[in-house]
Design a protein around this ligand. Structure first.
Ligand SMILES: [Zn+2]
Length: 262
């Protein structure tokens, strides 16, 4: 009956842990430097409990909804709103907006997801879906996703110059921050996504094509696995291990470890 499996040590965060994270560990300065690379207004979004089914009782009716946070004074205000909702996930909208809400352009991104990787043990995404394990992933898939991320980074580097890699809590995101990438139209994005897929990269095409505009906010907590989404330098990717790397492990997990081992 194991419908959902993730690598050992990963588990959903409780509401208390989400609260502790966003109150005392969430690195707003780092978030600010990420968001400030974007030249325009950014919208944020939260999902409270769609996958984890963990949500504050008062938000039961909206626990699976994507809630857009577009009215805020500053990032501290965004943080306060996150603490109100205690969501399992925080995203930002890759569109860049003028004050009048017209989209100026969209950040290009690639989502290398372990679930899209064909695993020698668990098979293809279709196999996993059949067993209702579409959101599950294993260490082999993580390792393969890492290799693909490095390969895709190198391939994209032939065309673009400002690339950022973020460990998302599950897989890896590559963000393209080159100005000309913001201006790509839908057709061009679809072309890029299918070229990348044709080369065997396990990306989620919806993200690259722009249909799915939301992407996990770097430095936020991935509430399904209790990992912090963190940017990685290219040379760090190879050795990065999300199961044990301290910089992506929230404090509440370390505290848990201390009490159980004593
Ligand atoms: Zn697997």
């Amino acid at each position: 009956m194991s419908k959902f499996f993730v690598p050992e040590g990963m588990r959903p965060a409780t509401l208390e842990e989400r609260k502790e994270f966003y109150n005392s560990e969430f690195n707003l300065e780092a978030v600010a430097s990420w968001i400030n690379m974007r030249k325009g207004k950014t919208k944020f979004a939260v999902i409270i409990g769609r996958h984890t089914k963990i949500f504050p009782e008062e938000f039961k009716a909206d626990s699976e909804t994507t809630i857009i946070l577009d009215e805020y004074v500053d990032l501290e205000d965004v943080r306060r709103q996150i603490v109100d909702f205690l969501p399992e996930a925080v995203y930002y909208d890759r569109n860049i907006y003028f004050e009048n809400d017209h989209a100026l352009g969209q950040e290009l991104a690639f989502d290398v997801d372990p679930e899209n990787i064909v695993c020698p043990i668990h098979g293809t995404l279709a196999d996993k879906m059949k067993r209702r394990q579409g959101l599950s992933f294993c260490e082999i898939e993580l390792e393969l996703a890492k290799k693909q991320t490095i390969g895709l980074y190198e391939k994209l580097g032939e065309q673009f110059s400002d690339l950022r890699v973020v460990y998302s809590g599950r897989g890896f995101h590559i963000h393209v921050l080159d100005q000309e990438a913001y201006a790509l139209n839908a057709e061009e994005r679809i072309k890029i996504a299918s070229a990348v897929k044709a080369e065997g990269f396990g990306i989620d095409a919806w993200v690259t094509e722009g249909e799915m505009r939301l992407i996990r906010l770097p430095y936020s907590l991935h509430g399904m696995v209790s990992r912090i989404a963190i940017p990685l330098k290219k040379k760090e990717i190879e050795k990065f291990n999300p199961i044990s790397d301290k910089k992506c492990i929230p404090k509440f997990l370390n505290e848990g470890k201390r009490t159980t081992s004593s």
